[in-house]
Ligand binder design. Structure first.
Ligand code: FEO
Length: 170
């Protein structure tokens, strides 16, 4: 049996991860509209990863016989002033999600729920990678974004990102 508060936090996280997928799809829509199909691809793959994160939380709760309730998924912002504004929103969002994961971890630690802590270890590492990726994108756009030819090459690089199923198996 999961502790009631832990189950509630995990349940909320399902919604947050599906929202993340929705948010990244809105980024993908933005770049597709601008003709930057590589960026659009990058965020579409990111959305698939977020859906996987949500599914992992669902499965962990199901495995632990915890009751799951679904809330409506929030509407993501669709208006951005610039390419950079999208990338910065991505980094800000990942930092927010890192905070959420850390909160659940701290709550699990408090009630000595070592199983949930072990489950969350993968997400702690994943969040580190996601923040790094979001930051790297910002750096690259800063370096190459103002020159159309370089932006084209960066877009080509991002077009190569492919989806891979998560390494965590429950
Ligand atoms: Fe599921 Fe990007 O955190």
């Amino acid at each position: 049996m999961l502790n009631e508060k832990i189950a509630e936090l995990l349940n909320v996280q399902i919604n947050k991860e599906f929202y993340s997928a929705y948010l990244y799809l809105s980024f993908s829509n933005y770049f597709s509209d601008k003709g930057l199909d590589g960026f659009a691809n990058w965020y579409r793959v990111q959305a698939q990863e977020e859906r996987d994160h949500a599914m992992l939380f669902v499965q962990y709760m199901q495995n632990n016989d915890a009751k799951i309730t679904f809330d409506a998924i929030g509407k993501p912002d669709a208006e951005f002033d610039s390419h950079m504004a999208v990338l910065e929103a991505g980094l800000k969002h990942e930092r927010y999600v890192t905070g959420l994961i850390n909160n659940i971890y701290a709550a699990a630690y408090e009630v000595k729920d070592f199983r949930t802590m072990q489950f969350l270890d993968w997400f702690v590492k994943e969040q580190g990678e996601e923040e790094t990726n979001a930051n790297d994108l910002i750096k690259k756009l800063n370096l190459f974004g103002s020159d159309p030819k370089s932006l084209y090459l960066l877009d080509q690089e991002l077009a190569a990102r492919t989806y891979a199923a998560p390494s965590l198996v429950l």
